[in-house]
Write a protein that binds this ligand. Structure first.
Ligand code: GTP
Length: 594
């Protein structure tokens, strides 16, 4: 295709403002999906996306429109998946900034707009859901125009639901988004913006060609790894993969398949070039997303450890932000310490591992990364509470902080400040976006916002507040490790790093929970919470004499044997902590995050 006829654009928006629905209408209106095969959220291909109604992965699709080729990339809206958005932006020249006409600008509207602006994209402001009775298109057109510095009449108005205004929007994309520019005669350079593992076809790599041309049956070179492969298939997605025998030229977006099964061979952010005539320089890749939250993942059945490793390998290909390394826990056995971008990301990864790979997992309480400076000047990054040094040799502990932006109606300012203050927040500033809508900025410890901050914020503002955050360095904090001891022995899976003011509450809650969860033993079991050698809370599990045979009145020997068998089986699912038998379920329940 002549690059002059190509338009590459994405849709960016706050969560739930209607990106996927608008994408559905575009698929229908351009005739790529006929009415019969249409289903809601067509491009959300994972079950988990459809059930939760959220987009996790970006999707690229080619739409023919008015003699042109439009490549549309649908992106996720949740803050944890911002890195997916910034990747997609690099494959585009324009962005539709979609805003719900009943809600107005929200935190991720701003965050995504800034990303698109820094990627130098042409921005098309659009109000969506104008069919809603509660829509206030005039009011929010003004707000949106004020934000990007255009005239309110330049703001397009559409309904992804009814299709109103969508044709005009597509025309607008053709007439305003710049065509891609690239050197057709230069050595090929294509940016990998996504890749997925397909059981039948191996690795499928999604690319945007910047210069030159990539063809079928051509040897290609991955520039960062120097690996070469032959392209077995090359094509475009419209809306299913369609082989393109002429290959892909400047500005085109599509996929390639090399038959490679090794998931590490096709790194997102890498540049693909032709092995016969390689390019001199790589394209600017992506900043690798840095995991912010860590948790231990263990198979409930220890035999599933190799499967868990393989599943993580495969998932990582599709999820560049996922990192992991093996770890062992005295209580939980062999597993992995896994890094995530946030709690939603963590939930999704766990759910995908369980659903797509059939694993049953236990995850330990999530924590952020702490930097600990010892008195002798040594430093260590702690991603697992059990690595937190015990004893009095710690000089300083640093925790990651965020710059958090909260948007809400002004009547909730008081409630928002109270929540933030209660979590050691420092007010940075406040601005009115309009008469009754305010933007509040805080520095907040990451460890404080990743837990139930968002839920609290939503419930205290009747769902009206929205939150966005970005990493903003670190600060020194008064943090301690709380250990949980059973009969004097620390259980690594239950240790946590918490602020000094919250240590007592954590210790008491955990000790109480465990008293309920651990069955009585033949002897008394003290449960203690301690900071170093200092015990801050204590509970007791009283002793019992559990004699299963007592019920049998001597007589029936086969019944006796059965009971003994049963007891033995029950024991297998127990983990021994010192002399104490702890049922697997107790770990699962105590570590459940709710
Ligand atoms: P994420 O992918 O999770 O970021 O969400 P999204 O922005 O893709 O939103 P989605 O398209 O899933 O729409 C969110 C909700 O808004 C759904 O319940 C849609 O049915 C509804 N919705 C989307 N567009 C319209 C519209 O034009 N009018 C009305 N009335 N509802 C809409």
């Amino acid at each position: 295709t002549d690059p002059a006829l190509i338009r590459n654009f994405c849709i960016i928006a706050h969560i739930d403002h209607g990106k996927s629905t608008l994408a559905d209408r575009m698929l229908q209106i351009t005739g790529v999906v006929d009415d019969r095969s249409m289903r809601a959220q067509y491009l959300d291909r994972m079950d988990i996306e459809r059930e939760r109604g959220i987009t996790i992965k970006s999707q690229a699709v080619r739409l023919p429109w008015d003699g042109h080729v439009l490549n549309m990339i649908d992106t996720p809206g949740h803050v944890d998946f911002t890195y997916e958005v910034s990747r997609s932006l690099q494959a585009c020249e324009g962005a539709i900034l979609l805003v719900d006409a009943a809600q107005g600008i929200e935190a991720q509207t701003l965050a995504n707009l800034y990303l698109a602006m820094s990627a130098d994209l042409h921005i098309i402001p659009v109000l969506n859901k104008i069919d809603l009775p509660a829509a206030q298109p005039e009011k929010f057109a003004e707000e949106l125009a004020g934000l990007i510095g255009c005239d309110p009449s330049d703001v397009l108005k559409v309904s992804g639901k009814t299709g109103e205004g969508v044709r005009e929007l597509l025309d607008h994309v053709v007439s305003t988004v710049p065509a891609p520019v690239g050197d057709a005669d230069a050595p090929a350079r294509a940016l990998i913006f996504d890749s997925v593992y397909d059981t039948y076809r191996g690795v499928v790599t999604y690319v945007r060609v910047v210069d030159g041309h990539l063809g079928k049956r051509e040897r290609i070179l991955m520039m960062s790894t120097n690996a070469t492969h032959e392209t077995l298939e090359i094509g475009v997605i419209s809306p299913e993969p369609k082989p393109a025998d002429l290959g892909l030229g400047v500005g085109e977006v599509g996929y390639l398949i090399t038959g490679v099964k090794d998931v590490r061979q096709s790194r997102v952010g890498d540049t693909v070039t032709a092995a016969a005539k390689p390019a001199g320089e790589m394209l600017a890749g992506y900043e690798h997303p840095k995991p912010m939250v860590f948790s231990g993942l263990y198979p409930i059945d220890g035999d599933e450890y190799p499967e868990l490793r393989e599943a993580l390998d495969k998932l990582q290909l599709n999820d560049a932000a996922l990192i992991y390394e093996p770890e062992t826990s005295a209580a939980l056995g062999f597993g992995f310490r896994v890094g995530f971008l946030g709690l939603l990301h963590m939930e999704i990864v766990r759910e995908r591992l369980e659903r797509e790979f059939g694993l049953s997992l236990i995850s330990t309480a999530p924590n952020v990364v702490y930097r600990v400076v010892m008195e002798d000047g040594k430093e260590l990054d702690v991603t697992n509470p059990s690595e937190f040094p015990s004893g009095g040799k710690i000089a300083q502990v640093f925790e990651p902080v965020t710059k958090s932006t909260i948007l809400a109606p002004s009547e909730f300012i008081g409630a928002i400040m109270e929540i933030c203050q209660g979590r050691r927040g420092q007010l940075l500033g406040m601005d009115y976006l309009s008469e009754d809508r305010v933007e509040i900025r805080y520095t907040l410890p990451l460890g404080e916002i990743i837990f139930d901050f968002f839920d609290q914020l939503k419930s205290r503002t009747r769902g009206y507040a929205s939150l966005d955050y970005e990493p903003a360095g670190e600060q020194e904090a008064d943090l301690v490790k709380v250990d949980i001891l059973l009969q004097g022995e620390a259980v690594d899976a239950f240790s946590a790093i918490v602020h000094k003011d919250k240590a007592y509450t954590y210790g008491v809650d955990m000790a109480k929970k465990l008293r309920e969860l651990i069955p009585r033993q033949q002897f008394e079991v003290p449960i203690q919470a301690a900071i170093g050698a200092r015990v801050i809370a204590r509970e007791n599990i009283r002793a019992i004499r559990k004699d299963v045979l007592a019920k049998c009145y001597g007589g029936d020997i086969s019944r006796k044997r059965k009971l003994l068998e049963k007891q033995k089986e029950g024991k297998k699912r127990m983990k021994m902590v010192g002399r104490v038998e702890v049922p697997q379920e107790a770990f699962v329940a105590a570590l459940a995050t709710d």
